[in-house]
Design a protein around this ligand. Structure first.
Ligand code: FES
Length: 73
């Protein structure tokens, strides 16, 4: 289990390793608008994350949780 801190919502959720970030958010009640159906093509699910001391932008529909992180939805 990893801790995912949703910074703007001030909520920390818990997610199994390997779950899609979009699924973890949806399971916690914060669904993203997956315009292309989660195929990694539209870019509408792009979110900023910070993990292991690095910030980056990822597509939540194809990014798999692999560590604790902060997420800006
Ligand atoms: S929902 Fe389209 S790229 Fe993620």
């Amino acid at each position: 289990m990893f801790n995912i801190h949703l910074v703007n919502q001030n909520v920390t959720i818990h997610a199994e390793e390997g779950i899609l970030l979009s699924q973890a958010c949806a399971d916690a009640g914060f669904p993203l608008d997956l315009v292309c159906g989660g195929k990694g093509k539209c870019g509408k699910c792009k979110v900023d994350i910070a993990r292991m001391g690095r910030k980056e932008s990822v597509l939540a529909c194809i990014f798999k949780v692999d560590s604790d992180m902060e997420v800006w939805l």
